[in-house]
Ligand binder design. Structure first.
Ligand SMILES: Nc1ncnc2c1ncn2[C@@H]1O[C@H](COP(=O)(O)OP(=O)(O)O)[C@@H](O)[C@H]1O
Ligand SMILES: [Mg+2]
Length: 517
């Protein structure tokens, strides 16, 4: 029998194409409550990052998608959820208890939790491919491969190979489209579609290329004050750096090149501990771009989420305003939903064009487009397309949590979300509620605080708090949450209440701890 390792990349792609054809059949039975339906969740974060993450943070990111357990409200669905390390039973119960109209033990019986038992910071997908017996076990848990599909986070050849090993299709973009989702690839796509995006240059391979690109940028726009250098595969701002272009010799004058080279060496990294030499090495290895920094009195960073179905239909799912932080405000911390209606429709129209092109190319699944919008003196907004994330993103889990809990829908025409009983809903979410004091709280402390202070999701009023990335609270002092309310103000109030209570309780638990003498 031929195994996957006997096949070339080309042969794997051919097999994968055949497997993916099954997505259409699956799509037609999905959610219909038919016998034999199953979902295999592989929440591997298979990204090439500049710095390494700890194994615990990696695990927390894998658990970020546990809201998918809410799918078990479909009474015949089976789910296989795979993680690097075992998930604490209390965390699983927490999600199952959120399920409206479901008996938690009934849902639990349909859930198989598989863990590798490998806490190293490598990607979950790599860990699985190294363990054929574990893959066989997962395969054996799928009741009917014709009624199953795999849900990844992002899609690389690793996830493709897991789908092939399991013999089930993958709901996500074929990894062959990977270049489209890089910083260079998406700039080319925006240009091709005539969508406004920052002035800049792509496919750079060295610091010398970046110097050249910055000179051309100044030539085209002599008043540019700052520019960004971005690594093709950077995420969460980690691959971005800001170059100060103020008070330089005039464009094309002697000494300009040397001055720009000096400024590049002094560029400010969004991830401050990045050594210049490793950044330059990554640029050479993976490529990157240079572009003008869009500035203005008021600048915001909204994003649009879309999906392409197996029938090539483009669906506009949601718009968000990103909450960013870090040294120059480029690191993703969280989001609010929906985006401000003043520009939501405008960016949605650009996103729709991009979605149609991707559908035409054969892309499947969820993706998101980031924009920067600038307000002019007359109050109008000008949008710039910034990047295409060809995967699930940081807004997927809060939005789907809201959707699964309320059964509501986002209307792209009004940029509003309504529940079936016509109540409007808003959310604010973070992946970064952080305090060193939180390290004083264990998992059981957290759930005790949640119960005593009513930091719950209230199904009757369809508002409240849902936590995520719970497992890293005690080690890293970090947790995520989604706060849902009827107005932006009520969602914000709920968010702030949760933050205040957690901080107060964490302080108390530290004070209560007897001193070691
Ligand atoms: N050219 C730009 N001008 C102004 N702000 C930008 C520009 N590029 C990126 N940003 C800001 O930085 C954030 C992160 O940049 P992005 O290119 O989306 O990288 P990442 O992949 O790390 O999310 C954006 O959401 C936006 O707020
Ligand atoms: Mg981004």
């Amino acid at each position: 029998m031929t195994t996957l390792s006997d096949l070339s990349d080309k042969e794997r792609n051919e097999r994968f194409d055949r497997l993916q054809e099954r997505m259409r059949g699956y799509w037609q039975i999905m959610g219909r409550n038919e016998e034999g339906e199953s979902v295999v969740v592989i929440p591997s974060v298979s990204l090439d990052r500049v710095g390494e993450r700890s194994g615990s943070l990696q695990q927390a990111y894998e658990e970020r998608y546990l809201f998918l357990l809410l799918l078990l409200r479909h009474p015949r669905l089976r789910m296989i959820y795979v993680t690097s390390m075992p998930i604490a039973p209390q965390i699983v119960e927490y999600y199952l208890a959120l399920l409206p109209g479901v008996i938690p033990s009934h849902a639990r019986a349909r859930l198989s939790l598989i863990s590798v038992g490998d806490a190293s910071p490598r990607s979950l997908s790599q860990k699985l491919l190294d363990r054929p017996r574990l893959l066989s076990l997962i395969r054996s848990l799928v009741p009917n491969p014709l009624r199953s599909h795999m849900v990844p986070y992002n899609t690389t050849p690793l996830e493709r190979d897991i789908a092939l090993e399991l013999g089930i299709p993958m709901y996500g973009a074929d990894p062959r489209f990977f270049p489209l989702g890089t910083k260079s690839g998406c700039r080319e796509l925006f240009a091709d579609l005539g969508i406004r995006h920052p002035l800049g240059f792509e496919n750079l391979r060295s610091i010398e290329d970046a110097v050249e690109a910055l000179m051309r940028l100044r030539e085209a726009r002599p008043d540019v004050t700052k520019a960004l250098v971005k690594l093709n595969e950077g995420v969460s701002g980690e691959g971005n750096a800001t170059v100060d272009l103020r008070e330089l010799p005039a464009p094309e004058s002697p000494g300009e090149r040397e001055e720009i080279a000096t400024r590049l060496h002094q560029m400010e990294f969004e991830r401050p501990d990045t050594p210049f030499s490793s950044y330059a090495a990554k640029l050479a290895e993976r490529g990157g771009i240079v572009e003008e920094l869009i500035t203005g009195e008021e600048v915001r960073s909204p994003s649009v989420q879309l999906r392409v179905t197996p029938f090539e239909e483009v669906e506009l799912l949601s718009t968000h305003d990103q909450v960013l932080g870090g040294p120059s405000g480029q690191s993703y911390l969280g989001c609010s939903f929906p985006a401000d209606f003043e520009y939501a429709k405008m960016i949605s129209a650009d996103a729709q064009l991009i979605g149609e092109r991707l559908a035409h190319e054969g892309v499947l699944g969820r993706f998101a487009i980031d924009f920067v919008v600038v307000r002019s003196n007359d109050g109008s907004w000008t949008p710039y397309a910034i990047e295409l994330n060809l995967r699930k993103g940081g807004t997927t889990h809060p939005f789907l949590t809201l959707q699964f809990l309320t059964d509501g829908r986002y209307d792209p025409n009004t940029a509003q979300f309504f529940t079936p009983s016509s109540r409007e809903k808003h959310l604010i979410a973070t992946d970064h509620l952080e305090s060193s004091k939180f390290r004083g709280l264990t998992l059981d402390d957290l759930f005790d605080i949640v119960a005593r202070h009513g930091l719950h999701f209230d199904p009757a009023r369809q508002q409240g708090i849902v936590f995520h990335m719970i497992s890293c609270l005690t080690e890293l002092g970090r947790i995520g949450l989604t706060a849902v309310g009827d107005t932006p103000a009520s969602a914000k109030a709920m968010y702030q209440k949760a933050e205040r209570i957690l901080l107060d309780e964490a302080r108390e638990s530290l004070a209560e701890r007897p001193l070691l003498t």
